[in-house]
Design a protein around this ligand. Structure first.
Ligand SMILES: N[C@@H](CCC(=O)N[C@@H](CS)C(=O)NCC(=O)O)C(=O)O
Length: 211
């Protein structure tokens, strides 16, 4: 059995945040497929035995079972000594961006992408609201990244991996991401890191509803 076991699935950018860390850290890890599209996260078994929050990712390591990608990334940075803060000030900065990511940058974009890009629902007030909110978050991150190479400090940290959850996902959302030059350049820097892999190459399961 691998050192790290990640309950995850390919369509889940939140799972990718953790998988990307594990790949870049060269960790011994294996994915455990969560059949989200088949309703697994709604089952009593999943909520009792895997995660009472009914979500992926969940990381199993050294007898612990952890959920919430931000908490998992913090745990991994602390226990491996990689991609973490170098000071209290940096630790606060990392949490500031991870929380902004969970609430807005990933939060709105991931929901929009699932509805429009994966489920292909008709455009309505909800998709329009989500797109505006996602665009607002993208503008903020783009401006930040036009001023510096990585989210916090001058090197990749877990803050970058959190914000990177959905930026490589290919599904159309009605947002032209090429307009965000700061984010595009940052994505290229992440892709150049030794060990970088695309989410659909490292996480199990379908990448569309028709698979
Ligand atoms: N803030 C959480 C979000 C996790 C999340 O929403 N995961 C999705 C998959 S990407 C999920 O499992 N959703 C199940 C549901 O909402 O029913 C994190 O960062 O781990």
């Amino acid at each position: 059995m691998a050192d790290y076991r990640l309950h995850s699935f390919a369509l889940s950018g939140n799972s990718y945040k953790v998988a990307l860390f594990l790949e870049l850290a060269g960790a011994d890890w294996e994915p455990i497929f969560v059949d989200y599209l088949g309703g697994e996260t709604h089952t009593d078994r999943y909520r009792t035995e895997v995660n009472e929050l009914g979500e992926a990712p969940v990381l199993e390591h050294a007898g612990l079972r952890l959920s919430q990608s931000g908490v998992i990334l913090d745990y991994l940075a602390k226990t491996t000594g990689k991609f973490g803060p170098r000071s209290e000030q940096e630790a606060r900065e990392i949490w500031r961006w991870v929380l902004f990511d969970n609430h807005k940058f990933t939060g709105y974009y991931a929901t929009l992408r699932f509805m429009v890009g994966v489920k292909k629902v008709e455009e309505d007030a909800v998709t329009s609201f989500l797109r505006e909110r996602a665009l607002g978050a993208y503008r903020i991150v783009d401006k930040h990244l036009r001023g510096q190479d990585f989210i916090v400090g001058d090197r990749p940290t877990i803050a970058d991996f959190s914000l990177a959850g959905y930026v490589f996902m290919p599904e159309p959302t009605g947002i032209d991401r090429s307009q965000f030059s700061g984010i595009e350049a940052w994505k290229a820097r992440l892709m150049a890191l030794p060990g970088w892999r695309h989410p659909y190459d490292i996480l199990p399961g379908p990448t569309s509803l028709s698979q």
